[in-house]
Design a protein around this ligand. Sequence first.
Ligand SMILES: [Zn+2]
Length: 455
Amino acid sequence: MRRGFWAGLLLAPFAAFADSGPARPTVVVDIHRAGAKAVAELKRAPGVFWSAEFGTELLLAIDAESEQAWLRRAGVRPGPGTLRRDEIWIRDHVCTHKALQPALATIGGYELLRMPAASLKRVAASDASGFPLPADGVVAREAGNTEGLKAASPAVPATLAIVDRIDAERWFQTMSALAAFNRNSFSPALGSAHDWIRDALGAVSDETASFEYTLEGLGNCGSPSPPAITIANPIAFQYGSVAPDEWIVIGAHYDSRNSSRCDGFAAPQPGANDNASGCAGVIELARAFASVPTARTIVYTCFSGEEQGLWGSRRWVESLQAAGTIGRVRHMINLDMIGYDPSGSLDARIETNLANQGLIAQYVAAAQTYAPTLNLITSTSTGAYSDHWYFLAAGIPSVFTWENGASIYPHYHQATDLPQNMTRARELAGAILRMDAAVIVDLAGGTGLFEDGFE
Ligand SMILES: [Zn+2]
């Protein structure tokens, strides 16, 4: 375990390693829209030893005698063979050429690996991200499978007026325009993408800036290390009228990657879904909030260097810490891969860490009222795989809003990550952005500001 790394960030009471027992046969049960009661009953069913919940799917460890009976039931598929609970390792958003071992299975959008104790030490000491099964066995949960879920509240007209400004077709055009740039962090064209984003944000906000930092060479898979370069994150400010020094930060990385070619920037890497989709989402939110008076300041930014290790967001957080202004950031929303849904049920995830689990209810409520088409999956087991990470590490309430896992996207880090390969892009991104917009109204709004004279 990378103790120092996780301590204080993920306070999840991880599965005790005493909970061993022999390896058991496993099955995977579809629990999409099953409801809290039915999921609890499955976990308590006779012959079930332990379970692991992954949003839309439930992994059950069962006795060998009942396996055939389970597999005859509707919505049950074979699991990844026999498993011990304490050797489960879960990961997401891992660049394929860096993975030390292939996944046994993808369950509910998460990759599941068998990681015996010896390998666990090796992986924990490496850069591979991942985590063991949380003690309660819940990695992610569908909002609809959550006990005590409240009914949707009626829409607030002033909030709805802003949410309705989200234009999914306009977002798609922005995303497609960004996908036309070579946005590898080491590409000579990255600066053009930076300027394009800054200009788009500048047209609908009060002021723009650019955060510059040094990205080290970081060569890998035998390729020569490129020289260190200076790159930048475009930033835009829409100032609040009551508390301008209280910031709500909306961020997404704009760089892209083609991992099949060892990060060479000459390889095609349109990164339409990863992550022109999220950066275009930041721009769409800025357009929706253009000229909307808010109490707090909304800060829009697209990060670079994400694919090399979250450098753009990390360095910016560090610079705010060094300047003593990190306390201005009251909340951070991260968007990374928001435009792919092969499930047919418009699955979307909201993730944070256990310390911030209280934030989830606000997003669930926003989705219920303003984006009811979303099948929301919530998790307090987020990892160091996108730009919310260093905000969480700095103690800032941060939430990652995205599709149902990187492993569901067959074009991840490939030359084929193109707009036309993003199934249900407009519906999913449009709904995620409506949810985020409603949350931003709550976070940035302030009392009374929306009641006077706005539309
Ligand atoms: Zn990404």
